[in-house]
Design a protein around this ligand. Structure first.
Ligand SMILES: Nc1ncnc2c1ncn2[C@@H]1O[C@H](COP(=O)(O)OP(=O)(O)OP(=O)(O)O)[C@@H](O)[C@H]1O
Length: 502
């Protein structure tokens, strides 16, 4: 066996890394995909090399998920080329998988009635043989621990027993895991949409480790901070085309927003004066008999903060039920709800976009139980323009919309009602920066007009927009912050219970 001096070994390692880095993992060129009148991809090019994290950004409906569906083999382009590892092969899901392409979809795709370990078996056919359960359990446990140390997920639970954040964590872990062969390219479409800041940071750190070891990641996110901090290269899409493709340090938040075709707004969010005069419009005693009570006043924007899954969604549901009967629906609802898990609780998948939007306003749009379809159409077109729902026709099926555009419909459904209180369960999941700015303005003006918003958000920037914030820990409210006391530091301290021991 030849002996090598240490310098030579280091040289070899460097050379190997360079070869890996230049290796083309996936390349798509001149892709065209149309859905009826919509050009989802209009000549898009994208090349991903070994050992790099490519950030992919663009407005809702820009074509990001469509390009992903072509890369993972589930959608055949109408024109263009797809190659894996530098060579063209027959396009399809099995070719993509054989070339190490794994994908975490925006709409999570785990089987809800199977356990975590059984889902791993579905995704990894190589987990075969009489002891596949033991192998699956070891694989998932190890991968979850590597990405999300201290996760606390029981892998024998069925998926429907897990929170939306835990489901997202499981799907991410299963995609990175490899029994015989590691994944070469992991595509993450909005991977942090349901993760709180701590879990998102763990994932970003793992992505850097994975690409450092030669793997590749295509990271799609509307949270520009994580794109800028984690990617080596950033690709910007607009209307089905790639409009910018540069190394990450060449971008700033401003230049990214501009490249996406949005105008950067500098204006400061001025918090309104304290609105806690008069009787609260909504109140709830301390949850589980401990912690603080909840109160909301007319025109207040109240944030629910804390680590994900600590009782925020349950509080929203309790508040909703406190004003709604399950068995006798009110004609005019006092309270509207924007659901967090859009595919599970939000959209009616077989209905049109318009019907999905108007469903909560039918009482207002009808007389003698007959819906006035002209007024319904006006309502739909008004919101289509107001928050830019990208579709040629509101009569199209809701599933023809991109994920972010579906989310806008859910948002419009609640805002279009006459309800004076709006509960929002992380409603901006997957919504692009430009639209977010529009929506923040709408919220601000509606609150000034006396509407009350109760807003659970996993994004610190959104929590900072609120007048008052309740921080949750272990199912109860542990802190109340108002005005200038709403800072990331105070929220984190309350979330982790820092300072209590002191
Ligand atoms: N199955 C479909 N039927 C009809 N139109 C579709 C279908 N899938 C996607 N589209 C359209 O193709 C365009 C691109 O959608 P895509 O999902 O790729 O956007 P995206 O950039 O991923 O958006 P988002 O940020 O909201 O996820 C959109 O206009 C969408 O409405």
């Amino acid at each position: 066996m030849p002996s090598h001096c240490p310098a030579q070994i280091i040289d070899d390692v460097f050379r190997m890394n360079e070869i890996t880095a230049r290796r083309e993992v996936v390349a798509v060129r001149g892709l065209k995909v149309t859905f009826g009148a919509v050009k989802a991809l209009d000549g898009a090019d994208l090349v991903i090399h070994g050992g790099e994290c490519v950030g992919l950004v663009g407005h809702n409906g820009a074509g990001k998920s469509t390009i992903v569906n072509v890369i993972n083999g589930s959608l055949s382009p109408h024109a263009g080329e797809v190659s894996y590892g530098g060579s063209r092969a027959q396009h399809g899901i099995s070719t993509a998988r054989a070339n190490g392409v794994r994908c975490v979809f925006q709409e999570l795709s785990l089987c809800p009635n199977l356990t975590v370990n059984e889902n791993a078996r579905v995704m990894h056919a190589e987990l075969a043989g009489w002891n596949w359960r033991t192998k699956a359990a070891a694989l998932v446990k190890q991968q979850l621990g590597d990405i999300f140390p201290g996760h606390g997920i029981d892998c024998d639970s069925t998926i429907d027993e897990l929170s939306i954040a835990e489901r997202q964590m499981v799907e991410i872990a299963i995609s990175f895991a490899g029994l015989n062969e590691k994944s070469k390219l992991v595509i993450l479409d909005e991977p942090t949409s349901s993760l709180d800041a701590g879990l998102a940071a763990q994932l970003m750190a793992y992505i850097r480790k994975f690409v450092g070891e030669g793997g590749s990641v295509l990271l799609i996110s509307h949270i520009l901070g994580e794109i800028l901090s984690t990617s080596d290269r950033i690709v910007v899409m607009k209307d089905g085309r790639v409009v910018a493709d540069r190394s990450a340090p060449e971008f700033s938040t401003r230049s990214l927003v501009e490249a996406m075709g949005n105008v950067v707004r500098e204006q400061e969010w001025l918090r309104a004066a304290d609105k806690r005069d008069g009787a609260p419009v909504l109140a709830m005693p301390p949850r589980r008999g401990h912690g603080l009570a909840f109160q909301a006043h007319r025109g207040e924007m109240i944030g629910l903060a804390g680590l994900g899954g600590h009782g925020q969604t349950e509080t929203l549901l309790d508040l909703y039920l406190s004003r709604n009967s399950n068995w006798w629906p009110a004609r005019r609802k006092e309270i509207a709800f924007v659901a967090g898990d859009r595919s599970l609780n939000g959209i009616f998948p077989l209905w049109s976009i318009l019907n999905n939007l108007s469903i909560a306003s039918l009482g207002d749009l009808s007389s003698r139980s007959i819906v006035d379809h002209d007024r319904e159409g006006v309502l739909g077109n008004g919101w289509k323009t107001r928050i830019e729902i990208r579709t040629p026709d509101m009569e199209n099926r809701i599933l023809s919309l991109s994920g972010g555009n579906q989310q806008k419909v859910l948002f419009a459904r609640a805002l279009a009602t006459t309800a004076r209180i709006v509960l929002m369960d992380d409603p901006m999941r997957g919504v692009d920066v430009g639209t977010k700015q529009e929506v923040y303005d709408i919220l601000r003006s509606e609150a000034a007009g006396g509407r009350t918003f109760i807003w659970y958000s996993t994004e610190m920037d959104e929590i900072r927009l609120c007048d008052r914030v309740y921080v949750f820990r272990e199912g109860a409210i542990v802190a109340e912050l108002a005005g200038d006391a709403i800072t990331e530091k105070n929220i984190l301290e309350a979330s982790f219970g820092a300072g209590e021991a002191a």
